[in-house]
Design a protein around this ligand. Structure first.
Ligand SMILES: O=P(O)(O)OC[C@H]1O[C@H](OP(=O)(O)OP(=O)(O)O)[C@H](O)[C@@H]1O
Ligand code: HPA
Ligand SMILES: [Mg+2]
Length: 181
């Protein structure tokens, strides 16, 4: 990918509206029930940090590392487990945190992985969903917003490991090439 530009896609103020609503829904549904919140690294870490500080119930955190994009804007089709879950989650209520559900491959892989662990319940919270790109059907229990088919970066989302630190979400777009006819 060359000659790329960033266009603001979801500003901070809008991200905050999604955070408040999602936290409200999770607090309402779980009340004081303790939750094990599992973030999918690396993309979810910024969203997760902001969301958990709005949760009222006792929360334990853990992480699982999954990757399938690398330097591409499309999944390679195979999900790699880069960090396994290092704790027993039997009988626990689990909330999985994703930055984005795109093809659905990552989350489908994870839900299958968690199903083997005799949890009490597993719910999924994602900030973004790109339904037009879905390959694996996924039920998202708590969703920030649906987005169109654009490659997004910032707020934890990367392209080739870059842009995760941006505080807002941008679309990565090709610059019109002056040399092209
Ligand atoms: O629905 P999918 O098509 O599977 O795409 C969603 C996943 O892809 C991204 O992870 P990535 O593989 O880029 O790893 P990263 O989180 O380390 O950036 C993103 O953070 C999600 O985990
Ligand atoms: O739009 C995206 N941006 C960054 N990472 C992603 N992984 C799936 N979709 C995306
Ligand atoms: Mg990525």
């Amino acid at each position: 990918m060359n000659r790329m530009k960033l266009s603001l896609f979801i500003p901070k103020t809008e991200i905050e509206v999604y955070l408040e609503r999602l936290a409200y829904e999770i607090n309402r549904d779980f009340k004081d029930r303790p939750l094990v919140v599992i973030g999918v690294l690396k993309g979810s870490f910024v969203f997760m940090a902001d969301l958990i500080r709005r949760l009222n119930m006792p929360v334990e955190l853990d992480f699982v590392g999954l990757a399938s994009y690398g330097k591409n804007t499309q999944s390679c089709g195979k999900v790699h487990l880069t960090r396994p879950l290092n704790r027993d989650i039997a009988e626990k209520d689990i909330l999985v945190i994703e930055d984005i559900v795109d093809s659905g491959l990552t989350v489908s892989y994870l839900l299958k992985y968690l199903k083997k662990r005799r949890t009490n319940s597993v719910k999924l919270c994602a900030l973004l969903s790109k339904p037009s790109r879905r390959v694996c059907p996924v039920e998202i229990d708590y969703l920030g917003c649906e987005v169109e088919d654009k490659f997004l970066v910032g707020y934890g989302l990367d392209w080739a490991e870059c842009y995760r630190q941006l505080p807002e979400i941008f679309a990565l777009e090709e610059k019109p090439d002056a040399d092209k006819p």
